[in-house]
Write a protein that binds this ligand. Structure first.
Ligand SMILES: [Zn+2]
Ligand SMILES: [Zn+2]
Length: 303
């Protein structure tokens, strides 16, 4: 067993119960917010690409999955509304210039991941083990001009039982709205769209960890976040689990090269040797990318 596999096995074998102050090494580097987080986000990716990403409002299919699109369980009305956003220029947006919700609010994460036979039981309070911005967005925050998100971050009751050894399903499944995965930060992952089917990364005002709360107060991401504590070299780390049981990794592939959506299949993953449940196995897994749809395009397994 390699050291990395040992570490993974250890982390998955013991409950992760930590607050901001007593975080395990897992994401000890993920409490940084602000410029440092952005620097992490940018490292390893072509800076010019991050400054010019396509705006992918309404890039969904409902009949069958399609590479670089979202296979959505629901349809959205067309037309995105033309709100003027300074970080959008025509059909591209600059992720480095997007306004971030201000604030440095600390939370006490509770996340327990236990493997029991064929299942992986995940439970927690949905709160991130990193700082967040101040929500509801304050009228004095420059972000308020673009998004008056009135929701406060609130404790959740997160409980999932997912396959510990997921298998590729005969056919992919569409993505629901709401949670599609749970991240090791303790917070949940949603798909690439906001409620109107627009590119959420472009239109929703997020804090420096690229998260925000929805109506029930569930703090969630739509994209990769530097606060997830990815490694900086080699294949990205396991950062969370999709609801079909497959792992979700950061944006770097096998040789450490940054992946883009076009490098992955229609569900936004690929298969090669990874450490899984303490073993080295060839297995399907998802990757975040900096471009749309950022995380899953569909479920490869059975959610
Ligand atoms: Zn959202
Ligand atoms: Zn990979």
């Amino acid at each position: 067993m390699t050291l990395a596999a040992l570490r993974t096995a250890f982390l998955l074998a013991v409950p992760i119960l930590a607050g901001c102050e007593s975080m395990p090494a897992l994401d000890a580097d993920s409490t940084t917010v602000g410029d440092a987080a952005l620097a992490q986000l940018s490292s390893g990716a072509a800076t010019s690409s991050l400054a010019s990403l396509p705006v992918d409002d309404g890039r969904f299919t409902t009949g069958a999955p399609r590479k670089t699109w979202v296979y959505s369980c629901q349809s959205f009305p067309s037309g995105s509304g033309s709100q003027s956003l300074p970080w959008v220029s025509g059909q591209t947006w600059n992720s480095k210039e997007k306004v971030e919700v201000r604030g440095t609010v600390g939370w006490t994460r509770s996340l327990t991941i236990v493997r029991r036979g064929t299942q992986r039981a995940i439970s927690g309070n949905g709160l991130p083990g990193h700082q967040t911005g101040t929500f509801p967005i304050s009228p004095s925050d420059p972000a308020y001009a673009y998004d008056q998100n009135p929701n406060a971050i609130a404790l959740q009751s997160v409980s999932y039982s997912i396959p510990a050894n997921p298998a590729v399903a005969a056919a992919p499944s569409c993505l629901n709205m709401g949670p599609i995965g749970i991240m090791l930060t303790g917070a949940q992952l949603f798909n690439a769209f906001d409620a109107q089917g627009r590119d959420a990364a472009v239109h929703e005002l997020l804090d420096s960890c690229w998260g925000h709360p929805q109506q029930q107060g569930a703090y969630h991401y739509h994209t990769f976040s530097a606060c997830m504590g990815d490694s900086v070299t080699g294949h990205s780390k396991l950062l969370g689990y999709a609801l079909d049981g497959f792992g979700i990794y950061g944006p770097r592939g096998q040789d450490g090269t940054v992946l883009w959506s076009n490098d992955l299949d229609e569900c936004h993953g690929h298969a090669h040797v990874i450490a899984w449940n303490g073993k080295r196995v060839t297995m399907y897994h998802y990757h975040f990318t900096y471009d749309f749809p950022y995380s899953l395009g569909c479920y490869r397994g059975s959610p």
